[in-house]
Design a protein around this ligand. Structure first.
Ligand code: ADP
Ligand code: MG
Length: 252
């Protein structure tokens, strides 16, 4: 079990996360949904300490990290156990696909180059990009770049994979290949925390859905329950709005 306790984060006077607790079972795919600006990215970023919260801790296996006061050593340990996939891919532009996947293995896991390359090739093969190993990000499509980023994250064998809107920067025709890659990782048993607006994907792949608003989790349950019988009016409104965007009420 992964235990997240009492995460609080504000920017100046803007309280974004207001004491969030979350327990995640191993193998769960937890989708985080909620309106724009509600703190979904900030929450993920606090969990692997790209953002420093005022309060909060995370426990993964025997590692307990006080996120507000952690030392360098525990941050390195935290980053061995968590990896993040970003909306904008965040690959190193001057490194090839292969070198991008090798980087964390060498820098964080202190692996020797030969072993890192072996693992990186295996991971690129898993996302169907082995023949692109020596290409630079600029030569890859957005979908391919994101699959490299997923390979990079999985190469670390994270106990918790954080994905922040992994398909929202992609052209629509490239979304499917990235979602398929994420689904494959979910089926392999990776524990995930996924922010996504791809509601059909969330319905199909998530084992649990949480709704974040005003710094709190206001809904938490299996997808069927949250989508079909949300407890809060606010969540019902959110779905109604989204559905209006998908199916316009009028046509011309
Ligand atoms: P979401 O991912 O749900 O759209 P974010 O986590 O990006 O929301 O942002 C939550 C709130 O925190 C927003 O009001 C945003 O403006 C604010 N915020 C995020 N990052 C910063 C920052 N670095 N400095 C100041 N405000 C920030
Ligand atoms: Mg965001």
């Amino acid at each position: 079990m992964i235990e997240v306790k009492n995460i609080s984060k504000k920017f100046n006077n803007n309280v974004v996360l207001n004491g969030i607790d979350l327990n995640i079972n191993k193998g769960d795919v937890v989708a985080i949904i909620g309106p724009s600006g509600t703190g979904k990215s900030t929450f993920l970023r606090c969990l692997n300490r790209l953002e420093k919260p005022e309060n909060g801790s995370i426990t993964i296996d025997d590692l307990n990290v006080d996120l507000a006061h952690s030392d360098k050593k525990s941050l390195v340990e935290l980053r061995k156990k968590t990896s993040m996939v970003f909306q904008g891919f965040n690959l190193f532009s001057k490194k090839t696909a292969l070198e991008n996947v090798m980087e964390g293995l060498i820098v964080v896991k202190k692996m020797d180059k030969k072993k890192a390359e072996e693992i990186a090739r295996e991971q690129l093969k898993n996302v169907g990009l082995l023949e692109w190993a020596n290409h630079y990000p600029a030569h890859l499509s957005g979908g391919q770049q994101q699959r490299v980023a997923i390979a990079r994250a999985l190469a670390m064998e994270p106990e918790l994979l954080l994905l922040d809107e992994p398909t929202s920067a992609l052209d629509p025709e490239l979304v499917g290949e990235v979602l398929d890659t994420i689904k494959k990782a979910a089926n392999e048993g990776y524990t995930m925390l996924l922010v996504s607006h791809e509601m059909n994907f969330v319905k199909n792949v998530a084992t649990r859905v949480i709704f974040l608003e005003n710094g709190k989790i206001i809904e938490d349950g299996p997808p069927k329950e949250v989508f079909n019988h949300p407890k809060s009016d606010r969540v019902r409104e959110f779905f109604a709005k989204i559905n209006r965007m998908v199916e316009p009420e009028y046509s011309i």
